[in-house]
Write a protein that binds this ligand. Structure first.
Ligand code: SF4
Length: 339
């Protein structure tokens, strides 16, 4: 056989590549719950990656979660073995005035580039460590009140729940994942908590999720989304451990707020989510529907704003898209500040 030197590849057949089956990962909270809350906001900030001007909600929720995670780490002595078995500050609470004074001293030291003052408590120390990490990602509190409130709630939770809850915690930031036919579903449960006197059986575990809000302030649609989230987690837990968790609990941290720490848990602080099999099945099929809706929205690049009344006015008040959205203010849109 002679080869035409000018066409060295003539006659060689190369099959076209198979379309790779790359599955998108969907987070229960960051994708599915966000899209269900407001597809327009999700499209702008999660898909198109516009940077929000303020990240108030992200700041408040993240700092509460991460400091509480450090409290559990403290109890288990994972960073410093000498703290094993103790709760931060032994549950003592410092006053709002002491917190404000410390924040002022810290600000002055940072401005003068001198040595930072010693934090007045372990909770404040953990708070500042987490806050510095968030600052490096551009996530800050917009007001001093929000910082102060976060420290107050953390202290109250630590004092009220620490002694009984921390010893029962089996795992924090428990990762769950499932490989579905066309996507990967994943989520992170804040806490796995053993039932008192349990025998290390996954069926005895409770899943706990912290929320920074008050139960009474939660919009019905958001509450529906929280329940949906816990039921999807329960399904993922079953896929991983072979059994459903014993309970799914939502803890509303803002229910603890006040001028003094509550002496017992407020009735609305803790809410148990039903894990009836039909409720879980509904949540799983709702999850699949939402994934299909996101895929459809990606194809058309169409992201619709939430319907008036289906999203809380508070969420819209801090959304950068509110100036160009008819949903806030009961469907009338926000009043423009000009001319
Ligand atoms: S203002 Fe409200 S409804 Fe409009 S995009 Fe923002 S969050 Fe969604």
């Amino acid at each position: 056989m002679t080869t035409d030197r000018r066409r060295p590849f003539q006659g060689i057949l190369i099959p076209s590549p198979n379309t790779p089956n790359i599955k998108r990962r969907y987070s229960v909270t960051q994708d599915i719950v966000s899209f269900r809350r407001c597809a327009r906001q999700y499209g702008a900030f999660n898909i198109h990656k516009y940077a929000p001007a303020y990240q108030t909600q992200t700041y408040f929720g993240t700092i509460l979660h991460q400091v509480l995670d450090r409290c559990h780490t403290h109890f288990y002595g994972k960073i410093d073995p000498s703290t094993k078995g103790s709760i931060p500050d032994n549950g003592k609470i410092i006053s709002d005035d002491e917190i404000i004074d410390y924040f002022d001293e810290l600000r002055q030291a940072e401005k003068a580039k001198t040595k930072n003052p010693t934090p007045p408590s372990e909770i404040v120390k953990y708070f500042i460590e987490v806050e510095n990490g968030l600052k490096s990602q551009g996530i800050r509190a917009i007001t001093q009140d929000i910082r102060q409130k976060a420290v107050r709630l953390l202290q109250y939770f630590n004092a009220l729940e620490g002694h009984t809850l921390y010893p029962r915690v089996k795992d924090t930031e428990h990762r769950l994942q499932a490989d579905r036919s066309n996507h990967i579903l994943h989520g992170v449960v804040d806490l796995l908590v053993d039932t008192p006197n349990a025998t290390d059986n996954p069926a005895d575990c409770e899943m706990w999720d912290y929320k920074g809000s008050s139960l009474l302030d939660v919009n019905p649609k958001d509450l529906e989304n929280y329940e949906f989230q816990m039921r999807v987690y329960a399904k993922l837990y079953e896929l991983k451990h072979g059994v459903l968790p014993r309970k799914a609990i939502l803890y509303f941290l803002n229910e603890l707020d006040g001028s003094t720490c509550p002496s017992k848990r407020p009735v609305n602080a803790l809410m148990e989510v039903s894990l009836a099999p039909n409720d879980i099945d509904d949540a799983v099929s709702e999850f699949a529907n939402t994934v299909a809706q996101i895929e459809e929205a990606r194809l058309t690049d169409r992201w619709d704003a939430a319907q008036p009344g289906s999203i809380s006015e508070k969420d819209c008040q801090i959304c950068d898209l509110r100036w160009n959205c008819l949903t806030p203010n009961g469907g009338k849109g926000v009043k423009l500040r000009y001319p």
